[in-house]
Design a protein around this ligand. Structure first.
Ligand SMILES: Cc1cc2nc3c(=O)[nH]c(=O)nc-3n(C[C@H](O)[C@H](O)[C@H](O)COP(=O)(O)OP(=O)(O)OC[C@H]3O[C@@H](n4cnc5c(N)ncnc54)[C@H](O)[C@@H]3O)c2cc1C
Length: 526
């Protein structure tokens, strides 16, 4: 049973500090054979750079949110420094806290957020909205040059379920609610959101909307942007309230301007979401496929027949053999081929009917049912892999992930090109694993995991691989990101994806909503 915590994250690792573990002995032996063990302890706690904000500015912020919610101590600022990509962790482990905010400000509602933004405009302060701090694309690493200071706008106090409409099946949530907190409040009403990204433990409702996140049950519940029916946003120019009807033809849908805007256009202060009834039953199972191609073709058939389960994911041969989600099973026996996980969440009768229909299609296409044990193992370990990443960094193994998406007809090319780019740049001995993580009628997303021996300059080592993989994605006509968002890391490729005119439209919206550029400078906008 997965344990969910209410704690702050470890400043140099993923997740609950109490859950940090050493590599299991069996896995350690295999890692020693594959890469060698090279103990790399993180630097002991280091000083955070001196804050630059004047006493007057701090007083101004205190007048808005209250004395106790303007924090300048080292520990708080350290916890609001960057996100949780592997480069973020490498920097934190090496003691580099150069991007620490000058101050952490914790508003308690829309009006306080708006007042902080007004102060930021008046004094030219850069403002970084902070949700769960799980960004993996540099979304929290704003440019500070030219600003009077850098404020981390921490939404941690905005954690209320504001309204529930049981007739329309919608709920209004504040942005600071973490995944488990939102689910727990909704469960009291007999409802669920059904959004389970791997970062579920810590990522927030506002962050999900700001990055257009996608969860592990996206085939059944939809991506987060598909769950959003309304938004309230505080911008430096005033308030945007969007989503007055379930659907409309009132011009372009402005909700889509806010979804994925990564704090560059405004601060999302509430999100109205579509909700579902709590499922009475959740059942997951495994399928074996002779090849990645055969499994992916089966996924496409299901998607195009309107027969998708709630969860469906497919590991390639390498990922199937090395199950990074189960540290205790790394290197466990694999009979070759590829593992698919399918899952059904809902009423038992509806689950049974869907499962029977899917089973018939998958068996007809050459899949072999493996029963519920692989499904249970996946469900048990589904939020565990990020903890393993830290254990591997401890022994000198670099692990990082990247993701993209394309149409079905381009899937094989994209897979081959990105894999080749990563293998060529990282050299012999690097492991490149992949799974199909999200599927649509027209295409799918590919999620790559890389493991290699940490070099002398791990940041440069990973940067070279990331550039090669990103170039390969764009050259193949795929997207630079399916669900991790743009941040600062993907910004160099965005114009190639959306064109000069597209980039110009984003700049125009930014100039209108945030004319002095105080919101997340350097993030998203090309
Ligand atoms: C181990 C791990 C696993 C992950 N797995 C997944 C996954 O399965 N699926 C997936 O989609 N993503 C995944 N991610 C990426 C990450 O969790 C998402 O980008 C997440 O949606 C960000 O939410 P957050 O609350 O942590 O936001 P933060 O990291 O705090 O912020 C992200 C960006 O949004 C902005 N922002 C935050 N809140 C607001 C707000 N209220 N208004 C305006 N802007 C705001 C920030 O300024 C920043 O630019 C994973 C990340 C990690 C580290």
């Amino acid at each position: 049973m997965t344990r969910f915590v209410q704690s702050e994250m470890h400043p140099q690792r993923w997740g609950d500090p109490e859950a940090a573990t050493a590599l299991p002995e069996a896995a350690r032996g295999l890692i020693e054979m594959a890469f060698g063990i090279d103990e790399r302890p993180a630097a002991a706690s280091v000083a955070v750079p001196t804050a630059e904000l004047s006493a007057d500015l701090l007083d101004g912020l205190r007048a808005v949110v209250g004395e106790e919610h303007v924090l300048t101590d080292d520990a708080t600022r350290r916890l609001r420094t960057r996100g949780k990509s592997t480069p973020d962790l490498l920097r934190a482990r090496s003691g580099d806290l150069g991007d620490a905010p000058d101050v952490v400000v914790r508003p308690d509602g829309h009006e306080q957020v708006a007042a902080v933004l007004a102060l930021a405009v008046e004094h030219h302060l850069a403002v970084v909205p902070f949700g769960g701090g799980t960004s993996v694309t540099g979304g929290l690493v704003a440019r500070r040059e030219g600003y009077a200071g850098l404020v981390s706008l921490d939404l941690v106090r905005m954690k209320r379920l504001l309204a529930v409409d049981h007739v329309s099946m919608t709920a209004v949530l504040e942005p600071g609610l973490r995944g488990p907190e939102a689910e727990s409040l909704l469960a009291e009403e007999g409802l669920t959101l059904g959004h389970y990204p791997q970062s579920f433990e810590y990522a927030t409702i506002g962050g999900f909307a700001a990055t257009r996140s996608s969860g592990q049950s996206s085939a059944g519940y939809g991506r987060f942007d598909a769950l959003v029916v309304g938004l309230r946003v505080a911008t430096p120019r005033g308030e945007l309230v969007l989503g007055s009807a379930p659907a409309n033809a009132a011009g372009p849908d402005l909700r889509q301007l806010v979804l994925g805007s990564e704090g560059a256009f405004g601060v999302i202060t509430s999100v109205t979401v579509r909700v579902r009834r709590l499922p009475a039953e959740k059942v997951y199972e495994g399928w074996h496929w002779p090849s990645f191609e055969a499994g992916a073709d089966a996924m496409r058939t299901l998607a195009q027949s309107g027969l998708l389960p709630t969860v469906i994911r497919l590991s390639d041969e390498a990922e199937t053999a090395i199950n990074l989600a189960r540290p205790d099973e790394i290197g466990g026996a694999s009979s070759g081929g590829c593992l698919m996980i399918t899952g059904y969440e809902g009423e038992p009768a509806a689950n049974a009917a869907k499962r029977a229909a899917v089973t018939s299609v998958l068996e007809g296409l050459g899949g072999t049912g493996l029963g519920e044990e692989p499904g249970r193992a996946w469900a048990h370990g589904r939020f565990g892999a990020p903890y393993l990443r830290d254990s591997l960094l401890d022994v000198g193994v670099l692990v990082e992930t990247l993701e993209t998406a394309t149409f079905w007809s381009n899937r094989e090319r994209l897979y081959a090109d990105v894999k080749a780019a990563l293998e060529t740049t990282l050299g012999e001995g690097a492991l490149v694993l992949c799974h199909v993580s999200h599927v649509y009628e027209t295409g799918c997303s590919l999620y790559f995991t890389v493991a290699t021996k940490l070099g002398d300059d791990p940041l440069a080592q990973w940067h070279a691989a990331k550039v090669a993989a990103s170039d390969a994605m764009v050259a193949a006509g795929a997207t630079i990101t399916h669900h991790h968002a743009v941040g600062t890391d993907h910004r160099p490729w965005l114009t190639r994806e959306i064109g000069e005119l597209g980039a110009s439209v984003l700049r125009a919206v930014k100039a209108d909503l945030d004319p002095t550029g105080v919101l997340n400078p350097g993030v998203l906008i090309p």
